[in-house]
Design a binder for this molecule. Structure first.
Ligand SMILES: [Zn+2]
Length: 273
């Protein structure tokens, strides 16, 4: 599932191709991706609108339109977004396409169709935004802020940092990576971390996300950048999908457990006691 670095990469790739473009026509090919709005109303609302900005919140793309509404695209498992210069032929997995004023076409493609698309008024956006935790790559995200969001979290630290209401954008891959960098056992209860643990975890989260953005994200299966290529960070992962391989710090075999939250958790027994 695309996490912060992957969605940030898509946003950066498509931004120069979308900002200032007018949506001549919107086509919803698979209406089951829409939430809180039906296809005819959605298509009508978008026709003629200009895209003012392309951003990201947590693991979602946010396109601001010139009527102050925001189009939210949640790629979830297999969704990918790209812009083809000369309205390339439709793909059977396209779920939403925009014919743009310049003749280009924006395509949201989603093989498993688990992605979600929303169109939000400024008020609905305010509520949406408020329900998500702080952005870890913003200046306001400090160790103190991390301590605040983890206080009272009587769950495993890995689970707590993946909870989007507490912290934005971190999923299964970068949660495992951050715990390894910080030398923290991912199953430790979040509210029991010391100030020093929090300090290390904060630095680890910021470091791994920054590096993964620089690496244009991690492709283990489906993720593609906004230009249709795989990311480059998968070769630099320390623990994720490295079960049985030597820890890069101490040589101990990387362990894999499903016991923590029903999802794969990779860690080093020795470095993360
Ligand atoms: Zn180790």
């Amino acid at each position: 599932m695309p996490e912060l670095p992957e969605v940030e990469t898509i946003a950066r790739d498509v931004r120069p191709l979308l900002v200032g473009e007018r949506i001549a026509r919107a086509h919803v090919h698979k209406p089951d991706i829409l939430r809180r709005i039906r296809r005819p109303a959605f298509q009508r609302a978008l026709a003629g609108r200009t895209i003012v900005s392309v951003g990201r919140r947590a693991k979602h793309l946010v396109l601001l339109l010139d009527d102050d509404r925001r189009l939210i695209i949640q790629p979830r498992m297999t969704g990918s977004l790209r812009v083809d210069a000369n309205g390339a032929r439709r793909d059977p997995y396209d779920v939403l396409t925009f014919d743009l004023g310049s003749g280009a076409r924006m395509r949201f493609r989603d093989v498993r169709r688990l992605g979600v698309v929303l169109l939000l008024t400024p008020q609905a956006w305010a509520a949406y935004d408020a329900a998500i935790g702080p952005e870890p790559l913003e200046r306001a995200f400090t160790p103190r802020r991390l301590a605040e969001v983890l206080s009272g979290a009587r769950v495993a630290v890995k689970k707590a940092i993946m909870d989007q209401r507490r912290l934005a954008g971190v999923g299964n891959i970068y949660a495992s990576e951050a715990c390894w960098i910080a030398m923290i056992d991912p199953s430790r209860s979040a509210h029991r971390l010391s100030a020093a643990d929090i300090e290390r975890l904060h630095a680890a989260i910021v470091q791994v996300l920054r590096r993964a953005v620089e690496g244009r994200g991690t492709t283990v299966r489906d993720y593609r950048t906004g230009t249709g290529e795989p990311g480059n960070y998968q070769g630099r992962l320390a623990v994720y999908e490295r079960a049985g391989e030597p820890c890069l710090r101490c040589g101990t075999r990387i362990a894999l457990t499903w016991a923590l939250d029903g999802r794969s958790t990779y860690f080093c027994h020795r470095c993360q006691p």
